[in-house]
Design a protein around this ligand. Structure first.
Ligand SMILES: CC(C)(COP(=O)(O)OP(=O)(O)OC[C@H]1O[C@@H](n2cnc3c(N)ncnc32)[C@H](O)[C@@H]1OP(=O)(O)O)[C@@H](O)C(=O)NCCC(=O)NCCS
Length: 132
């Protein structure tokens, strides 16, 4: 189960990934398509997993992704990652996502978070132990 997001923007931390949302990613409501954010969450989790394992990793699960607020075109979206668990062949990464608005009142808001589990695999897609 995903714990509640931090409600203080982690300004002191360097995000794993930062993206400016463009009009290509818009849904019918004029805000960012959820799938576009899921894709970036997946990438951020993989970047974090690669700090622990140098070989290929694949996503086995994304747990309870909740979109708390809309993301607008032009928002600067930051993806922060924390390793929650290192198993035998898997790494579980918490990805916390914040959006910095580009229009008044220029607030920075938590928009979503997810727990992503990545599994280390060999060239035949077979799971292998995490090599630290
Ligand atoms: C990932 C994959 C290689 C795992 O192979 P598997 O033989 O089924 O592996 P297991 O069920 O033994 O699980 C492997 C690890 O993942 C973990 N895991 C499996 N299912 C999980 C789930 N639903 N949630 C969290 N962790 C999970 C297991 O706990 C285990 O971790 P551990 O070794 O650290 O204890 C295989 O399921 C696969 O190829 N999946 C497709 C991956 C993919 O294509 N991803 C991109 C999506 S488009």
């Amino acid at each position: 189960m995903v714990a509640p997001a931090e409600h203080t923007f982690p300004a002191h931390r360097i995000p794993t990934l930062r993206v400016v949302m463009t009009p290509q990613q818009v849904n019918l409501m004029g805000t960012v398509f959820g799938g576009a954010i899921l894709s970036e969450i997946d990438l951020a989790a993989a970047i974090e997993a690669h700090k622990l394992h140098q070989g290929p990793v694949v996503t086995v699960a994304m747990d309870k992704v909740e979109f708390k607020r809309p993301i607008h075109i032009g928002d600067l979206v930051s993806f922060y990652t924390d390793v929650e668990r290192v198993g035998t062949t898997s790494v579980t990464v918490r990805v916390t996502v914040w959006a910095e608005r580009r229009k008044p009142p220029f607030e920075t808001v938590p928009v979503t978070e997810a727990l992503v589990t990545m599994v280390a695999v060999d060239e035949h897609y077979r799971k292998v132990p995490i090599r630290r």
